[in-house]
Design a protein around this ligand. Structure first.
Ligand SMILES: C[S@@+](CC[C@H](N)C(=O)[O-])C[C@H]1O[C@@H](n2cnc3c(N)ncnc32)[C@H](O)[C@@H]1O
Length: 314
Protein backbone atom coordinates (compact mmCIF):
# COMPACT_ATOMS: atom_id res chain seq x y z
CA UNK A 1 0.00 0.00 0.00
CA UNK A 2 1.29 3.41 -0.80
CA UNK A 3 2.28 6.07 1.58
CA UNK A 4 2.12 9.33 0.34
CA UNK A 5 2.72 12.72 1.76
CA UNK A 6 1.78 12.02 5.34
CA UNK A 7 1.16 14.12 8.36
CA UNK A 8 4.28 12.46 9.78
CA UNK A 9 6.68 13.94 7.26
CA UNK A 10 7.13 11.56 4.30
CA UNK A 11 7.48 13.07 0.88
CA UNK A 12 4.88 12.36 -1.78
CA UNK A 13 5.77 9.29 -3.85
CA UNK A 14 8.18 9.85 -6.77
CA UNK A 15 7.89 13.60 -6.28
CA UNK A 16 11.10 14.44 -8.19
CA UNK A 17 10.07 12.39 -11.21
CA UNK A 18 6.53 13.81 -11.12
CA UNK A 19 7.97 17.32 -11.08
CA UNK A 20 10.33 16.57 -13.96
CA UNK A 21 7.79 14.86 -16.24
CA UNK A 22 4.92 17.21 -15.53
CA UNK A 23 6.68 19.94 -17.55
CA UNK A 24 4.76 22.71 -15.82
CA UNK A 25 5.18 26.45 -16.32
CA UNK A 26 3.77 29.50 -14.59
CA UNK A 27 0.12 30.04 -15.44
CA UNK A 28 -0.58 26.39 -16.43
CA UNK A 29 -3.75 24.45 -15.61
CA UNK A 30 -3.43 21.11 -13.76
CA UNK A 31 -5.85 18.41 -12.67
CA UNK A 32 -4.86 16.34 -9.61
CA UNK A 33 -7.33 13.45 -9.52
CA UNK A 34 -6.17 12.16 -6.14
CA UNK A 35 -5.52 15.13 -3.88
CA UNK A 36 -4.92 12.98 -0.76
CA UNK A 37 -3.06 15.12 1.75
CA UNK A 38 -2.08 17.59 -0.94
CA UNK A 39 1.61 16.71 -1.27
CA UNK A 40 1.82 16.55 -5.06
CA UNK A 41 -0.64 19.43 -5.42
CA UNK A 42 1.55 21.62 -3.23
CA UNK A 43 4.39 21.10 -5.70
CA UNK A 44 2.06 21.71 -8.70
CA UNK A 45 0.92 25.00 -7.14
CA UNK A 46 4.53 26.14 -6.74
CA UNK A 47 5.24 25.34 -10.39
CA UNK A 48 2.16 27.02 -11.85
CA UNK A 49 2.31 30.08 -9.57
CA UNK A 50 -0.58 32.37 -8.61
CA UNK A 51 -1.78 32.72 -12.20
CA UNK A 52 -2.07 28.94 -12.68
CA UNK A 53 -5.21 26.88 -12.05
CA UNK A 54 -5.49 23.68 -10.00
CA UNK A 55 -8.50 21.39 -10.11
CA UNK A 56 -8.26 18.64 -7.49
CA UNK A 57 -10.53 15.67 -6.75
CA UNK A 58 -10.72 13.76 -3.48
CA UNK A 59 -13.55 11.54 -2.35
CA UNK A 60 -12.42 11.08 1.24
CA UNK A 61 -13.77 13.94 3.31
CA UNK A 62 -11.05 13.78 5.99
CA UNK A 63 -8.20 13.99 3.48
CA UNK A 64 -10.06 16.63 1.50
CA UNK A 65 -10.38 18.85 4.58
CA UNK A 66 -6.76 18.31 5.53
CA UNK A 67 -5.51 19.26 2.06
CA UNK A 68 -7.89 22.18 1.84
CA UNK A 69 -6.46 23.66 5.04
CA UNK A 70 -2.96 23.13 3.80
CA UNK A 71 -3.40 24.63 0.35
CA UNK A 72 -6.19 27.08 0.88
CA UNK A 73 -4.07 30.18 0.59
CA UNK A 74 -3.73 29.77 -3.13
CA UNK A 75 -6.04 31.36 -5.67
CA UNK A 76 -7.51 29.68 -8.75
CA UNK A 77 -8.10 26.34 -7.15
CA UNK A 78 -11.11 24.12 -7.47
CA UNK A 79 -11.23 21.47 -4.74
CA UNK A 80 -13.91 18.95 -5.55
CA UNK A 81 -15.12 16.44 -2.94
CA UNK A 82 -16.06 13.83 -5.51
CA UNK A 83 -14.89 10.68 -7.21
CA UNK A 84 -12.55 11.44 -10.11
CA UNK A 85 -14.92 9.57 -12.37
CA UNK A 86 -16.71 12.95 -12.64
CA UNK A 87 -13.57 14.56 -14.09
CA UNK A 88 -14.82 15.57 -17.51
CA UNK A 89 -18.21 16.84 -16.34
CA UNK A 90 -16.74 18.97 -13.57
CA UNK A 91 -14.14 20.49 -15.87
CA UNK A 92 -16.59 21.21 -18.65
CA UNK A 93 -19.15 22.69 -16.26
CA UNK A 94 -16.52 25.15 -15.09
CA UNK A 95 -15.50 25.96 -18.66
CA UNK A 96 -11.85 25.12 -17.90
CA UNK A 97 -9.65 24.52 -20.94
CA UNK A 98 -6.01 24.09 -21.96
CA UNK A 99 -5.19 21.42 -19.37
CA UNK A 100 -1.44 20.74 -19.31
CA UNK A 101 -1.41 17.86 -16.81
CA UNK A 102 -3.78 15.21 -15.50
CA UNK A 103 -2.25 13.37 -12.57
CA UNK A 104 -3.34 10.22 -10.68
CA UNK A 105 -1.63 8.85 -7.55
CA UNK A 106 -3.86 5.85 -6.96
CA UNK A 107 -4.56 3.86 -3.85
CA UNK A 108 -4.58 4.80 -0.22
CA UNK A 109 -3.16 7.67 1.78
CA UNK A 110 -1.29 6.94 5.00
CA UNK A 111 -4.12 8.48 7.00
CA UNK A 112 -6.47 5.85 5.63
CA UNK A 113 -4.16 2.85 6.15
CA UNK A 114 -3.16 3.88 9.65
CA UNK A 115 -6.63 4.69 10.98
CA UNK A 116 -8.25 1.49 12.36
CA UNK A 117 -11.71 3.08 12.10
CA UNK A 118 -11.44 3.05 8.31
CA UNK A 119 -11.08 -0.73 8.20
CA UNK A 120 -8.51 -0.88 5.38
CA UNK A 121 -5.80 -2.74 7.25
CA UNK A 122 -5.60 -6.10 8.99
CA UNK A 123 -2.75 -4.77 11.13
CA UNK A 124 -5.18 -2.99 13.47
CA UNK A 125 -8.62 -4.09 14.57
CA UNK A 126 -11.52 -1.95 13.42
CA UNK A 127 -14.86 -2.10 11.61
CA UNK A 128 -14.62 -3.86 8.25
CA UNK A 129 -15.49 -0.73 6.28
CA UNK A 130 -12.98 0.16 3.48
CA UNK A 131 -15.03 2.95 1.91
CA UNK A 132 -12.99 5.85 0.53
CA UNK A 133 -16.18 7.85 0.46
CA UNK A 134 -18.26 7.39 3.59
CA UNK A 135 -21.31 8.75 1.78
CA UNK A 136 -21.42 5.46 -0.13
CA UNK A 137 -23.78 2.98 1.57
CA UNK A 138 -21.95 -0.37 1.11
CA UNK A 139 -19.11 -1.38 3.45
CA UNK A 140 -16.78 -4.37 3.06
CA UNK A 141 -18.66 -6.21 5.79
CA UNK A 142 -21.89 -5.76 3.80
CA UNK A 143 -20.21 -7.03 0.64
CA UNK A 144 -19.32 -10.28 2.43
CA UNK A 145 -22.89 -10.54 3.70
CA UNK A 146 -24.70 -9.76 0.44
CA UNK A 147 -22.68 -11.34 -2.36
CA UNK A 148 -22.93 -15.02 -3.19
CA UNK A 149 -20.08 -17.42 -2.41
CA UNK A 150 -19.43 -17.71 -6.13
CA UNK A 151 -19.19 -13.96 -6.65
CA UNK A 152 -16.87 -13.60 -3.64
CA UNK A 153 -14.66 -16.28 -5.11
CA UNK A 154 -14.53 -14.39 -8.43
CA UNK A 155 -13.68 -11.14 -6.67
CA UNK A 156 -10.84 -12.71 -4.67
CA UNK A 157 -9.51 -14.36 -7.83
CA UNK A 158 -9.83 -11.37 -10.16
CA UNK A 159 -9.04 -8.47 -7.84
CA UNK A 160 -6.72 -10.28 -5.44
CA UNK A 161 -5.18 -12.91 -7.74
CA UNK A 162 -5.72 -15.12 -4.69
CA UNK A 163 -4.92 -18.82 -5.18
CA UNK A 164 -7.22 -19.95 -2.33
CA UNK A 165 -10.16 -17.84 -3.53
CA UNK A 166 -12.65 -20.73 -3.53
CA UNK A 167 -11.73 -21.87 -0.04
CA UNK A 168 -11.74 -18.37 1.44
CA UNK A 169 -15.13 -17.56 -0.12
CA UNK A 170 -16.58 -20.73 1.42
CA UNK A 171 -15.25 -20.21 4.92
CA UNK A 172 -16.31 -16.58 4.90
CA UNK A 173 -19.87 -17.54 4.00
CA UNK A 174 -19.84 -20.18 6.76
CA UNK A 175 -18.73 -17.63 9.37
CA UNK A 176 -20.97 -14.62 8.74
CA UNK A 177 -21.45 -12.00 10.00
CA UNK A 178 -17.87 -10.72 9.78
CA UNK A 179 -17.82 -7.21 11.12
CA UNK A 180 -14.21 -6.42 12.00
CA UNK A 181 -10.86 -6.50 10.23
CA UNK A 182 -9.40 -8.81 12.88
CA UNK A 183 -12.26 -11.31 12.54
CA UNK A 184 -11.62 -11.55 8.80
CA UNK A 185 -7.82 -11.65 9.04
CA UNK A 186 -7.87 -14.31 11.80
CA UNK A 187 -10.40 -16.43 9.94
CA UNK A 188 -8.27 -16.43 6.81
CA UNK A 189 -5.10 -17.11 8.72
CA UNK A 190 -6.73 -20.10 10.47
CA UNK A 191 -7.74 -21.59 7.12
CA UNK A 192 -4.48 -21.04 5.29
CA UNK A 193 -2.24 -24.09 4.77
CA UNK A 194 0.46 -24.32 7.42
CA UNK A 195 3.27 -24.30 4.87
CA UNK A 196 2.03 -21.02 3.31
CA UNK A 197 4.88 -18.92 4.70
CA UNK A 198 7.46 -21.67 4.21
CA UNK A 199 6.76 -21.47 0.49
CA UNK A 200 8.49 -18.10 0.43
CA UNK A 201 5.44 -15.91 0.81
CA UNK A 202 6.23 -12.98 3.03
CA UNK A 203 2.90 -11.24 2.99
CA UNK A 204 0.10 -11.89 5.49
CA UNK A 205 -2.32 -14.50 4.06
CA UNK A 206 -5.19 -11.99 4.20
CA UNK A 207 -3.39 -9.34 2.09
CA UNK A 208 -4.95 -10.29 -1.22
CA UNK A 209 -8.46 -10.73 0.15
CA UNK A 210 -8.25 -7.27 1.72
CA UNK A 211 -7.04 -5.79 -1.58
CA UNK A 212 -9.84 -7.49 -3.51
CA UNK A 213 -12.53 -6.35 -1.10
CA UNK A 214 -11.29 -2.76 -1.21
CA UNK A 215 -11.37 -2.78 -5.01
CA UNK A 216 -14.93 -4.15 -4.96
CA UNK A 217 -16.23 -1.76 -2.28
CA UNK A 218 -14.92 1.28 -4.17
CA UNK A 219 -15.37 -0.11 -7.72
CA UNK A 220 -11.81 1.02 -8.26
CA UNK A 221 -10.99 -0.64 -11.58
CA UNK A 222 -14.14 0.42 -13.46
CA UNK A 223 -13.75 3.96 -12.20
CA UNK A 224 -10.09 4.04 -13.20
CA UNK A 225 -10.77 2.89 -16.78
CA UNK A 226 -13.51 5.42 -17.23
CA UNK A 227 -11.50 8.29 -15.72
CA UNK A 228 -8.38 7.56 -17.78
CA UNK A 229 -10.38 7.87 -21.00
CA UNK A 230 -11.84 11.15 -19.77
CA UNK A 231 -8.36 12.37 -18.82
CA UNK A 232 -7.09 11.71 -22.34
CA UNK A 233 -10.03 13.55 -23.78
CA UNK A 234 -9.70 16.71 -21.63
CA UNK A 235 -5.91 17.14 -22.01
CA UNK A 236 -4.67 19.89 -24.33
CA UNK A 237 -2.25 18.90 -27.14
CA UNK A 238 1.23 18.56 -25.63
CA UNK A 239 -0.26 18.03 -22.13
CA UNK A 240 0.95 15.18 -19.91
CA UNK A 241 -0.91 12.23 -18.40
CA UNK A 242 0.94 10.88 -15.34
CA UNK A 243 -0.31 7.88 -13.39
CA UNK A 244 1.24 6.25 -10.31
CA UNK A 245 -0.24 2.84 -9.52
CA UNK A 246 0.50 0.38 -6.73
CA UNK A 247 -0.56 -3.05 -7.88
CA UNK A 248 -0.41 -5.06 -11.08
CA UNK A 249 -4.14 -4.85 -11.89
CA UNK A 250 -4.08 -1.07 -11.88
CA UNK A 251 -0.82 -0.88 -13.76
CA UNK A 252 -2.14 -3.24 -16.45
CA UNK A 253 -5.19 -1.03 -16.98
CA UNK A 254 -3.03 2.08 -17.23
CA UNK A 255 -0.60 0.42 -19.63
CA UNK A 256 -3.34 -0.95 -21.89
CA UNK A 257 -5.36 2.26 -22.05
CA UNK A 258 -2.27 4.29 -22.87
CA UNK A 259 -1.16 1.73 -25.48
CA UNK A 260 -4.59 1.66 -27.16
CA UNK A 261 -4.62 5.47 -27.31
CA UNK A 262 -1.31 5.46 -29.21
CA UNK A 263 -2.63 3.21 -32.01
CA UNK A 264 -3.40 4.62 -35.43
CA UNK A 265 -5.68 1.71 -36.37
CA UNK A 266 -8.02 -0.39 -34.25
CA UNK A 267 -9.52 -2.50 -37.07
CA UNK A 268 -9.82 -6.26 -36.38
CA UNK A 269 -6.70 -8.15 -37.49
CA UNK A 270 -8.48 -9.95 -40.36
CA UNK A 271 -9.32 -6.65 -42.10
CA UNK A 272 -6.59 -5.87 -44.62
CA UNK A 273 -7.42 -2.28 -45.42
CA UNK A 274 -7.95 0.08 -42.52
CA UNK A 275 -11.45 1.50 -42.31
CA UNK A 276 -11.60 2.65 -38.69
CA UNK A 277 -10.26 6.19 -39.15
CA UNK A 278 -8.91 5.91 -35.64
CA UNK A 279 -6.43 8.62 -34.77
CA UNK A 280 -3.75 8.20 -32.11
CA UNK A 281 -4.35 10.46 -29.15
CA UNK A 282 -1.22 9.83 -27.07
CA UNK A 283 2.52 9.38 -27.40
CA UNK A 284 4.26 7.23 -24.78
CA UNK A 285 6.89 9.20 -22.85
CA UNK A 286 8.18 6.53 -20.45
CA UNK A 287 8.54 3.17 -22.25
CA UNK A 288 9.18 1.42 -18.94
CA UNK A 289 7.47 2.53 -15.74
CA UNK A 290 9.47 4.72 -13.38
CA UNK A 291 9.91 3.21 -9.90
CA UNK A 292 11.27 4.60 -6.60
CA UNK A 293 14.99 4.19 -5.92
CA UNK A 294 16.42 2.41 -2.88
CA UNK A 295 16.66 5.64 -0.88
CA UNK A 296 13.00 6.46 -1.36
CA UNK A 297 11.98 2.91 -0.47
CA UNK A 298 14.15 3.02 2.67
CA UNK A 299 12.58 6.35 3.68
CA UNK A 300 9.08 5.28 2.78
CA UNK A 301 8.68 1.48 2.51
CA UNK A 302 5.10 1.80 1.33
CA UNK A 303 6.33 3.40 -1.89
CA UNK A 304 8.04 0.15 -2.93
CA UNK A 305 5.28 -1.05 -5.25
CA UNK A 306 4.82 2.31 -7.04
CA UNK A 307 4.98 2.41 -10.85
CA UNK A 308 4.68 5.65 -12.73
CA UNK A 309 3.72 5.91 -16.41
CA UNK A 310 3.74 9.08 -18.49
CA UNK A 311 2.15 9.82 -21.86
CA UNK A 312 1.72 13.00 -23.88
CA UNK A 313 -1.44 14.14 -25.68
CA UNK A 314 -0.95 14.55 -29.42
C1 LIG B 1 -2.18 7.79 -2.71
S1 LIG B 1 -3.27 8.97 -2.08
C2 LIG B 1 -2.79 10.48 -2.87
C3 LIG B 1 -1.74 11.24 -2.14
C4 LIG B 1 -1.42 12.58 -2.71
N1 LIG B 1 -0.83 12.46 -4.02
C5 LIG B 1 -0.55 13.38 -1.78
O1 LIG B 1 0.54 13.80 -2.22
O2 LIG B 1 -0.93 13.59 -0.63
C6 LIG B 1 -4.68 8.58 -2.97
C7 LIG B 1 -5.86 9.44 -2.59
O3 LIG B 1 -6.78 9.32 -3.65
C8 LIG B 1 -8.07 9.23 -3.12
N2 LIG B 1 -8.86 8.49 -4.11
C9 LIG B 1 -8.75 7.19 -4.45
N3 LIG B 1 -9.61 6.90 -5.43
C10 LIG B 1 -10.28 8.04 -5.71
C11 LIG B 1 -11.32 8.37 -6.64
N4 LIG B 1 -11.84 7.45 -7.45
N5 LIG B 1 -11.77 9.64 -6.67
C12 LIG B 1 -11.24 10.60 -5.85
N6 LIG B 1 -10.27 10.34 -4.94
C13 LIG B 1 -9.79 9.07 -4.88
C14 LIG B 1 -7.91 8.49 -1.82
O4 LIG B 1 -8.97 8.79 -0.94
C15 LIG B 1 -6.57 9.02 -1.32
O5 LIG B 1 -6.73 10.12 -0.48
Amino acid sequence: MPLIQSKHGHDPVLITAVEKYSNLNKGDTVVDCTLGLGGHSEMFLKKIGPKGTLIAFEQDEENYNYALNRLNKNKNKHFILKNFVHLQNEIEERGIENIRLVFFDLGLASTQVDDPKRGFSFMNDGPLDMRFDKRQPITASMVLQKLSERRLMEIFREYGEERYSRKYARIIKENLPIETTKQLADLIERHTPRDYRKKGRHIHPATRVFQALRIEVNQELEVLKDALLQAISVLAPGGQLIVISYHSLEDRIVKNIIRDATKDCVCPREILICSCNHKPKLKIVTKKPIVPDDNEIAENPRSRSAKMRVAEKL
